[in-house]
Design a protein around this ligand. Structure first.
Ligand SMILES: *Cc1c(COP(=O)(O)O)cnc(C)c1O
Length: 357
């Protein structure tokens, strides 16, 4: 006897996790857009204090964390949804909004989780190619919106191409779409964008009731190991994504850590600055080697490999203990995505690249 699965399961892609490699020395992990810094000491203390309460369920309302997010963003607490990573909110949005006959529109290549949304809901995915510069083609995306569209996702800055749109472009795009369509702007890397202050898009929420901003504690806050993210949107959106999820999806340690991490905005600024310095360092080193990369507004570069064999480059780096991502797994062959680490990690990447090329 074999188990019988539903028809949708065949269509759900397997998330392309970064490979792990056996390597004798210390690995330089530049494959998952993580930040290279350990959590702030006070975040660790908050987590440790929380450990003693683990016999209790976490707060299903995530009240304190939602209150802090509300205070920081000015968005009323009833419009703040917190998830087990922002990915959980994306999947919940698909569960709540999509169904057979419905459509979701997003750019491609973009974040690897987006193809899961239509597949798990039996809906139709409309993937709109990025332009030559690796940026969202918003006009082309708008043309794909029909009466069947429920969800449009804009990844800004975009993973894996690192490019970003200014808030005015998001504003105009959203204004042009029908109000029944939820526009989810995935701002996982927004702190790193030089095109805007993270607060700039908050102002758009009042103008567009169908706009949802998706943010995470996984990137600049450095808490991806704990899983916490949030959405700012309408109250209806929050209630819907809460309804389709189990009540205790965000664990107590993640809630406590995120609350504490938000209290250290000076640390966020320091990290953004360090990242900008490393971005210039890596981008100029790549340019010196004749390698083109897109205009990064994030904590990683998207590097064109020309006619070099992508597998040779990525495997060659891995043999030297440097883990990056091959473009093929992310939707476009012939590219490499490399996250910025601290200086000595980036220099190990560059040295290994010189050997490989
Ligand atoms: C890393 C990333 C996230 C974060 O997902 P979490 O579930 O919050 O860890 C969201 N969106 C994009 C585009 C990302 O690259």
């Amino acid at each position: 006897m074999t188990l019988e699965f539903n028809a949708r399961i065949r269509d759900i892609p397997i998330y392309p996790a970064a490979a792990t490699y056996a390597f004798g020395g210390e690995l330089v992990k530049l494959a998952s857009n993580e930040t290279p810094w350990p959590p702030h000491p006070q975040v660790l203390e908050a987590v440790e204090a929380q450990l003693r309460t683990l016999n209790r369920y976490p707060d299903p309302e995530k009240s304190l964390l939602r209150r802090r997010i509300s205070e920081r963003t000015g968005v009323p607490i009833g419009r703040v949804a917190v998830g087990n990573g922002s990915c959980e909110i994306l999947l919940a949005a698909a569960d709540a909004m999509l169904e057979p006959g419905a459509e979701v529109v997003y750019a491609w290549p973009s974040f690897s989780i987006y193809p899961h949304l239509a597949a798990m809901a039996g809906a139709r995915a409309i993937e709109v190619p990025l332009n030559e510069a690796g940026e969202h083609d918003l006009e082309a995306m708008a043309r794909e919106v029909t009466h069947a569209t429920r969800l449009v996702i804009v990844c800004n800055p975009n993973n894996p191409t690192a490019t970003a749109l200014p808030p005015a472009a998001v504003d105009a795009f959203t204004a042009d779409l029908p109000r029944h369509v939820a526009v989810v702007v995935d701002e996982a890397y927004i702190e790193f964008s030089t095109l805007q202050d993270p607060d700039d898009t908050l102002a758009l929420l009042d103008r567009h009731p169908n706009l949802v901003l998706l943010r995470t504690f996984s990137k600049v806050y450095g808490l991806c190991g704990l899983r916490a993210g949030y959405a700012l949107g309408s109250q209806d959106f929050r209630l819907a994504v809460d309804r389709v999820r189990q009540p205790f999806s965000v664990n107590a340690l993640a809630q406590a850590a995120a609350v504490e991490a938000m209290a250290h905005q000076d640390e966020v600024e320091r990290r953004v600055e360090q990242t900008a310095i490393e971005r210039v360092h890596v981008e100029s080193a790549l340019a010196e080697r004749g390698l083109e990369s897109t205009d990064s507004q994030a904590n990683f570069s998207w590097v064109a490999l020309g006619d070099r064999d992508e597998d040779d480059v990525v495997n060659g780096l891995a043999e030297r203990g440097v883990i990056v991502r091959a473009g093929k797994a992310l939707g476009d062959e012939g590219w490499l995505r490399v996250t910025y680490g601290v200086r000595h990690e980036n220099d190990r990447f560059l040295a290994a690249l010189d050997e490989v090329l």
